[in-house]
Design a protein around this ligand. Sequence first.
Ligand SMILES: Cc1ncc(COP(=O)(O)O)c(C=O)c1O
Length: 479
Amino acid sequence: MTPAISSDAFAPLAGESSTPLYRQLYDRVRASIAAGDLAPGDRVPSARALAKELGVARGTIELAYELLTSEGYLLARGQAGTVIHPALPPAEAPRPQPAAPAEAPLFLSQDTISRPAQLLPFQMGVPAMDAFPRKIWARLGARYLRGMQAADLDYPPPHGLPALRSAIASYLQVARGIDCGAHQVFVTTGYRASLQLAALAVMQPGDRAWVEDPGYPPTRQLLRESGLLPVPVPVDAQGLVVERGIALAPDARVVTVTPAHQSPLSMSLSLPRRHALLEWAAAQGAWVVEDDYDGEYRYASRPLPALASLDRHGRVLYAGTFSKVLFPGIRLAYLVVPQAQVAAFERVARIFFAAATPAITQAIVADFMAEGHFSRHIQRMRKLYAERRAATIVALERGLEGRLRTEPQPGGMHLVLRLPGERSDQALAEKLLAQGMAVQPMSRWWASERSDSAILLSFTNCTTPAQAERLGALIRQSL
Ligand SMILES: Cc1ncc(COP(=O)(O)O)c(C=O)c1O
């Protein structure tokens, strides 16, 4: 067994890089294995020794080692130390993955490359994993599997199972005030697939597209990769500043917006702004993509009707997802398109996305909705989140000893904690990650140069106030 501390994998880490330290180490070890620089059976330095050597927190090294162990690259042998897994044949060593690009966000949903192996406290974008009604789900799933007929083994219809499309249309009518028929609902594998479907069906390369600033990074990335030109438009206490959008890009053909709870600041788009946006879109012939990822979770009052419910000119493409109301691993979402666009979307869906979503998943969700479990689950979650949110705020602010306060918001699944002065939210988020807390730095959400510092933290899985108090204390100590 050769001690491997001399390998390049364990050279000093780049503190100024936007890639988290644990991630740099993880990437390097994998690359060194692939290059044959680290061989199966080689001993890696202990987390304590390496942390000391590199001058970083021990938690940083442990996090990288944990990831590498869970993926089979390392083997912990107790007293005998940790080694490169002896079962890894050098010839078949996996290729190194390219490091995440500098602007890649930390742990965004679907950002599986930089996502930690296990769910960490305060991680954004995930509903309460302990509260999903698994027994009901298992019962419906088993019933469907037992009753499958020959026809159920065929490709599902390209735009989604009729039963699911109509369950979604009925739900939207009641819960979000959207007047649509099942034929306007296109079932997809996630929000990005919905946006891509819209881009292929009605957008043109070179079109200018307003994006909220700050805003959900994958939206602008996907638009850019589709050849569109994202134009960052500021948001204020009333959400997207429509008049600024008109001033900045009056000729835009696309607007992406999160009206229920702006991502990531969580304010709602005010009624006058909603009307102004729809009037402008109708006059300009622009498409408004309404990203309603968490509209159900409002605590100050009943959920607001969707922007699409006010659309009299057929300009809104409504994107909904099951990631927040069921669970993200389900990979199920939908796009509701205006009546006049159905044929154009059907064509594109058939060519590019035909039958992309498994029939089994669609059928179980259709039953889950039709039998009332879906509405009941949402109601229960709304209550649970209101409680967890309140308890998290109290405990976090106790830990902060009054130094900072969370921003009051009407809804959403996370809290925003603004940092004073020039504090780097990124450095703080990395430090907290090394302590096992997966908060997000808001600077990653900004498209423009301006980037106020803030920490974003989800409360949906925060079950013990002590966790939040500890987070508050760690943040306070770093101020
Ligand atoms: C702003 C926003 N839109 C959409 C989504 C949903 O994406 P998906 O359906 O791909 O899970 C998310 C998930 O975190 C989000 O934060």
